[in-house]
Write a protein that binds this ligand. Structure first.
Ligand code: ARG
Length: 588
């Protein structure tokens, strides 16, 4: 469906044209003075200069050119030359009724579907998921869902860090503890055991232990680096161990991401693109893109217009080892080959921005990426604690994701049990649903690039700009609908009447903006715009709810209309939270 504001603008185009003026002056915006009007057009000011007339005179001419008031109900020229408008309430009702009957809820899917690969999550295998990876998962999942909703072909790739030093560290520590394991016997030629020689909890203990030792013990670190290199060169026993580490760790990661309602289409990682590296290195060298600098193979990526130093992209270290730049470039090659994306969008900590500037420039310059494939970096800020420093546990350690979620869910559980009048048979399940909304909304309601403070008390509150408040509002609509159904009432979708009061009209105007908001939020890859919208919508709804007797309304047609509107609000809110990556419980 056309956006409501566009329908109004079309009317203004007609009016300007009829008044003999250019249609480009007919731009309409939502009023910033809702006390005076709902929409406004300031085109008379600009037109005044072109046509050498007083703005108010132009505004008056345009206003009198509007003869049909079925869309714009009221229109007024006010000094010095504003045109203020109010929508015809009957038209608004019709628009919302159509919206309710539309399976896409008024959103026009794209006519030009693109293949967009979203690189998000970015977990490192064998290292526990921590809050640093939380933002990437939450923001990336939302962008993927928004794109899919708009009709694009979205591919989510977790792009695991599965090829780095952490693997060598684990192998080294394992060897220290159990040198007799068959994986370390270089002469062994048989099959390796199917069972991993460790569990996930052992693995999670081994990594920090090894990492700690390597920081204190040079020789240990040397052994770990060497093990990493041997693994990458294909040593059989190490490869077998690597497979075990991958299996155990990825199983656990999947469980964690599932709990976050984050789902990837691809579980690829850095290790998957190793096969592309030798060919890429040859290509870069043979075509004169790369050159040696103090033994390292690099590609210059600085540009004249740079205001700060952009160092070259590092393809190989002087010892021949591949680096982070190398795998990201090789990954671009693979993605181009397998998926031909129109866009690759990276959702990564903004502190990695320089790395992506280097990679993007290098990929363009060396033509690893098609000319018309867009590379986008969505750098997000840090999640801080109340002290303004990166979020930590109470003891000051790195906060594990599982623990964070556990603590939030416990907090929610206490609140739900306290608040409760009816008995919930599944308060724990409800707490998990509401807890997830607290975490995700708390994150997404901030512009991604900004740092934000993760404030458990605020995020879990049922009041204010929070996930639980939005869910509470949805649950309120559901329980009214449920009561109505119990009375034997039947919902009449698409039969919304012109608003009876101001709060109802405001609510309806808010609902009507849904399609524009979703489209714009995806265009700007800005989930926070959806949050801002549903917060406003929830407020409008609650205001309407407090002023209106819905179920005790005596006029049946009016009551039907209230309930249809209420159901439409529910549907819009539920669609929006789905785009944000969470859902609402049946009761709270
Ligand atoms: N594993 C990386 C990290 O933990 C993030 C990966 C981001 N994606 C990418 N294509 N580099 O920092």
């Amino acid at each position: 469906m056309k956006k409501l504001i566009e329908v109004i603008q079309d009317e203004m185009v007609k009016a300007f044209t009829a008044a003999g003026m250019d249609a480009s002056f007919a731009r309409v915006s939502v009023s910033n003075r809702p006390d005076l009007c709902e929409y406004q057009c300031n085109g008379a000011m600009a037109a005044a200069k072109t046509y050498h007339k007083a703005p108010i005179q132009i505004a008056e001419t345009v206003v009198s050119a509007v003869e049909d008031h079925s869309v714009i109900g009221e229109i007024k020229a006010v000094k010095p030359g504003f045109i203020n408008m109010k929508i015809n309430p009957a038209f608004l009702a019709e628009y919302l009724s159509d919206m309710q009957k539309d399976p896409d809820l008024s959103v026009e899917k794209t006519t030009n579907p693109k293949t967009i690969l979203v690189d998000y999550g970015g977990a490192n295998v064998a290292k526990p998921l921590h809050v640093g990876h939380l933002r990437s998962a939450i923001i990336g999942e939302s962008i993927k869902r928004m794109g899919r909703f708009m009709g694009h072909h979205m591919i989510g790739d977790v792009h695991l860090g599965d090829w780095g030093l952490q693997m060598g560290l684990i192998i080294t520590e394992l060897r220290e503890r159990r040198p007799d394991l068959v994986y370390f016997d270089e002469n062994y030629e048989g099959e390796y055991p199917k069972e991993a020689p460790f569990t996930i909890s052992e693995l999670e203990e081994i990594y920090p232990c090894a990492s700690g030792k390597s920081k204190e013990d040079e020789a240990y670190k040397e052994r770990a680096l060497n093990a990493t290199l041997e693994l990458q060169q294909g040593r059989r026993g190490y490869r077998a161990l690597w497979n075990h580490i991958m299996h155990v760790s990825v199983t656990d990661l999947k469980k964690n991401y599932d709990n976050l309602d984050v789902h990837f289409d691809l579980w690829k990682g850095e290790s998957d693109v190793q096969e592309y590296i030798p060919g890429m290195v040859d290509y870069l060298r043979d075509n004169g893109y790369a050159h040696y600098d103090q033994g390292a193979l690099v590609v210059d990526v600085k540009e004249e217009s740079d205001t700060k130093e952009i160092p070259p992209c590092m393809i190989l270290k002087s010892d021949g080892a591949a680096l982070y730049d190398t795998t990201d470039l090789a990954t671009i090659i693979e993605r181009m080959k397998l998926y031909h994306p129109d866009e690759i969008c990276y959702v990564v900590d903004k502190r990695q921005e320089l790395h992506f500037i280097q990679c993007f420039r290098c990929a363009r310059k060396t033509r690893l990426v098609d000319e018309d494939t867009v590379l986008t970096f969505i750098g997000f800020g840090t999640m801080n604690g109340k002290d303004g420093k990166p979020f930590k546990t109470r003891e000051g350690g790195v906060m594990r994701l599982e623990r964070l979620i556990g603590e939030i869910n416990e907090e929610m559980y206490q609140k739900i049990v306290e608040n409760r009048s009816v008995k919930d048979t599944d308060a724990r399940g409800t707490a998990a649903i509401v807890g997830l909304s607290a975490i995700k909304y708390g994150d997404l309601s901030n512009q991604a690039s900004k740092d934000y403070v993760f404030d458990v008390d605020r995020f879990t509150s049922f009041e204010g700009n929070t996930g639980p408040y939005i869910l509470y509002t949805i649950v309120r609509t559901k329980s009214i609908l449920e009561r109505y159904a119990k009375e034997g009432g039947k919902l009449k979708k698409g039969e919304i009447l012109a608003p009876a009061g101001e709060s109802e009209k405001s609510l309806m105007l808010s609902v009507s903006r849904f399609n524009g908001v979703v489209e714009n939020a995806f265009e700007e890859k800005a989930p926070h715009k959806i949050c801002a919208y549903i917060y406003e919508l929830a407020n409008e709804f609650n205001h309407f709810y407090h002023e209106t007797k819905i179920l005790s309304e005596e006029d049946q047609a009016r009551k039907d209309s209230y309930l249809a509107l209420l159901d439409l609000v529910r549907e819009v809110l539920e669609t929006c939270i789905d785009l944000l990556g969470f859902s609402a419980p049946e009761r709270m």
